[in-house]
Design a protein around this ligand. Structure first.
Ligand code: C5P
Length: 457
């Protein structure tokens, strides 16, 4: 994908270097356009070195290439981070006096602004009106994070963390709508503290950090009944979604739901308040959890996004269909001798995990998000490499990875089995944790790790 990264003149410009790295590590081509003011914070040389491309903000550089038109035209996505009050005003007013503003006027794909400024500027009537104007035109403007600003002051105005901007950008490209506040009511401060003090994990070294040696999970058998997650609201998804083709057929997957149910049981045993949203499973849902049953990825999405709004921890163990049939036949698809065999056209489902991460950022929510990945290696990379890339792409805090496919005896290694072998990767570069045994033992290890992170704040 061709991404334009616009950088505004704020101290948070340095964080965009990490954002740039997330984009390039995910395989995207990035053209960086810094404003003149931003180069006082981060110089052109840094952007050229990190992006691997020449960088300018001068419309009169390489005039023969008509950069002020071409760059915006060719961009699949434009992300402006940090977006200053000045840049928001210029974009809302349609200014075109440098390469970034002309590029914004030429945009054909989605545009995402990640504002950063002092609280007073963010809440000023001019900025509120400019943000409202941009949003009314379909431009996506994230709410700034709440926290320490440049000086000793705190409040809404911090640039969201690079991982959150990355996740929001990916969700946008996936065609999803980000939850945004009406600009007339600037980002509210969180009113209700989470049951356990959760702090967004703020990786200093951005993944994919070459992780250090994996460590074995601490034995978790003592977790059988504990209060490690007492009062913590844990949302778990489980099972394999079914995407209907007609009234009797569907596209499904091999997920049994056993690992998700084991997680729900482990979280309940640790004192958590558990909501389990599950697609069809081979095992019964556990007693003691609030249960919601769904079938399709879109149903899972609505249920998950609604429930995630009040969850302290989200564990996405469901196997979600990446695609669904474009059309669902109202009658059973017939087999006819005198007609061609039917062709099924698929459309992409939204990535719910990416959306949950984006919503957390948009709402300034304190939440720990855990994804699952079933990976296989191929000629171009091993399962671990793909998992590390997936962790960055998804932007979740932890990714529980199992290598799927035939086991040593030739049978299936994970799906439907009672045992599992996983490696748990962390976005903040913490050492991967290995766990294996029954699915309940693996679940206890995951719960243990979550509790450790919550306790660490
Ligand atoms: O991309 P992949 O399917 O391997 O990612 C697995 C993780 O992403 C799981 O946590 C799964 O629940 C989640 N997922 C999702 N929405 C999708 C596909 C996967 O939330 N459309």
């Amino acid at each position: 994908m061709n991404i334009v990264l616009g950088v505004g003149g704020g101290i948070a410009a340095y964080k965009s270097a990490l954002l740039l790295r997330l984009f390039t590590e995910a395989g995207h081509t990035v053209t960086v356009i810094p404003t003149d003011a931003s180069t006082k914070f981060v110089g052109v040389a840094t952007w050229e070195a990190l992006s691997g491309h020449p960088v300018t903000n001068d419309v009169f550089d390489s005039v023969d290439q008509v950069n002020h038109v071409r760059i915006g035209h060719e961009a699949d996505l434009i992300v402006v981070a940090p977006a200053t009050a000045d840049l928001l005003a210029k974009a809302a007013g349609g200014h075109a006096n440098d390469l970034l503003t002309t590029t914004l006027l030429m945009a054909r794909g989605p545009v995402l602004f990640a504002p950063a400024m002092h609280t007073e500027m963010w809440q000023h009537a001019s900025t509120v009106a400019n943000v409202a104007t941009l949003r009314s035109r379909g431009v996506h403007v994230l709410d700034p994070a709440v926290g320490r600003l440049t000086g000793p002051d705190t409040g809404p105005g911090r640039l969201p963390e690079p991982e959150a901007i990355f996740a929001a950008a990916m969700a946008l490209v996936a065609g999803d709508t980000l939850a945004e506040h009406d600009a007339a009511s600037p980002a509210p401060l969180p009113t209700e503290p989470a049951a356990v003090a959760l702090e967004a994990v703020v990786p200093e070294a951005v993944a994919p950090v070459a992780p250090t040696e994996p460590v074995a999970a601490e034995p978790a058998t003592s977790l059988a009944t504990t209060d490690l997650l007492a009062g913590v609201r844990v949302l778990i998804t489980a099972g394999g979604t079914r995407e209907p083709l007609d009234p009797v057929r569907y596209l499904g997957n091999k997920s049994s739901g056993k690992q998700g149910v084991a997680l729900a049981e482990a979280a309940l045993a640790a004192g958590a308040i558990v909501t389990l949203i599950h697609a069809p499973m081979e095992v019964p849902a556990p007693a003691g959890a609030t249960i919601q049953r769904i079938e399709t990825a879109l149903e899972l999405r609505s249920a998950t996004l609604a429930a995630a709004a009040t969850a302290d921890v989200v564990i996405m163990a469901a196997a979600v269909a990446d695609f669904r049939p474009a059309n669902i036949s109202t009658g059973k698809i017939k087999k006819r001798d005198n007609a061609d065999d039917p062709v099924i056209t698929l459309v992409r489902n939204p990535d719910i995990l990416v959306e949950v991460v984006a919503h957390r950022a948009a709402q300034n929510q304190k939440q720990l998000i855990v994804g699952f990945a079933a990976e296989t290696g191929d000629d171009e990379g091993d399962a671990q490499t793909y998992a590390q890339q997936k962790l960055v792409r998804k932007g979740c805090d932890l990714l529980v990875v199992n290598e799927v496919g035939p086991g040593e005896s030739g049978g299936e290694r994970v799906f439907g089995q009672d045992t599992n072998q996983v490696e748990i990767l962390a976005l903040d570069g913490a050492s991967p944790v290995q766990s294996g045994g029954s699915k309940r033992e693996v679940a206890d290890d995951v719960v243990h790790l979550i509790a450790q992170r919550l306790a660490a704040g």
